[in-house]
Design a protein around this ligand. Structure first.
Ligand code: PEP
Ligand code: MN
Length: 323
């Protein structure tokens, strides 16, 4: 993402440890969702975090569904939602529970961010692993997260189910070659000014190493138009599908940068045959440390689902559910 969160924000405190009173508040929406969600985990306080006076809270182990193995699909529609960056436990849990309740496919959330400016928030880095691991296990949903450097592979592999290659790294051939040697699926985003055939060539770098579990992501490109952050190129969807047979996921969050345009582009993506969408969701977009200007709230997300469902019924593609 681009330039939100400058040096003035100060150090980020990951909310790995939470106070128990927060919890009580947190369980309330959880109960409301129970009609839709069969196994709503009940949170319990368990012990003290070293060096902190607050209690660590965890879901009981037995209530944690196993994270299903992620596979890309061309016959089902993946709805992948989450924050631009994982900023803390509470916010990520909030989004993950909404996603779970809505029966969506997977979570997204940056741990390492590739930002245009070096003083923009770069992600929680290693502090984000624990949050990512806990939340994706709690809700039993796979996690898609960006890798910006091959040296992150060993530490990301235990928590990340799908490696996202960001737009700024589409041309990073060393990274692509390393991902080619791994078993994990890859979401390959289109470079800011990349031709579609360059995107296909980038996928060839990954596939050359033996990993063909690749999906493309159309996330908008640079054009002369400034009313939107990028110009979402929906013709890329059938082009890439026809050319490669691989799934194509549309990212209308970066593709438009304008919250009110995101739902219509989700519906358009489904109608033109896309294999899924990648959406940035934040419980409090105004407070987001990256890409808050384009974030949907969990309520916005819920609001766009009925029409999406109707379009998916019309095109004969159910929502991709792994659990
Ligand atoms: C993101 O998905 O948050 C992101 C940084 O996207 P892109 O690489 O497409 O800019
Ligand atoms: Mn972003």
């Amino acid at each position: 993402g681009a330039e939100k969160g400058d040096g003035a924000l100060g150090p980020i405190q990951p909310e790995i440890v939470e106070k128990v009173d927060h919890l009580v508040a947190n369980t309330r929406p959880c109960r409301q969702m129970q009609t839709k969600l069969a196994s709503c985990p009940i949170m319990q306080p368990v012990g003290q975090h070293p060096g902190s006076s607050s209690s660590i809270v965890r879901f009981p182990h037995s209530a944690s569904p196993a994270r299903p193995e992620f596979t890309w699909s061309r016959t089902a529609f993946s709805v992948i939602v989450g924050p631009c960056s994982i900023e803390g436990l509470e916010m990520f849990e909030h989004i993950a529970r909404s996603a779970r309740t809505l029966g969506l496919t997977a979570l997204r959330g940056g741990i390492f961010k590739a930002r245009t400016k070096p003083d923009s928030f770069q992600g929680l880095g290693s502090k984000g692993y624990e949050i990512a691991r806990r939340v994706s296990r709690e809700v039993g949903m796979p996690l898609i997260s960006e890798i910006t450097d091959p040296r992150q592979i060993d530490s990301l592999a235990p928590v990340v189910d799908v490696f996202q290659v960001g737009a700024r790294n589409m041309h990073n051939t060393e990274l692509l070659k390393e991902l080619g040697r791994l078993p994990q699926p890859v979401l390959l985003k289109r470079g800011l000014s990349a031709y579609l055939d360059e995107l296909v060539a980038a996928a060839d770098y990954i596939a050359a190493g033996g990993n063909n579990k690749i999906a493309f992501c159309e996330r908008g490109i640079r054009t002369f138009e400034r009313a939107t952050r990028n110009t979402l190129d929906l013709a890329a969807v059938p082009y890439l599908q026809q050319k490669t047979g691989l799934p194509v996921i549309v990212d209308p969050s970066h593709g438009t940068g304008v919250p009110s345009l995101i739902a219509p582009m989700v519906w358009a993506a489904a109608a033109c045959g896309a294999d899924g969408v990648l959406l940035e969701v934040h419980p409090n977009p105004k407070k987001a440390l990256s890409d808050g200007d384009q974030a949907l709230t969990p309520l916005d997300l819920e609001g766009l689902m009925p029409r999406l469902q109707r379009i998916l019924e019309a095109v004969g593609k159910p929502i991709h559910q792994l659990a």
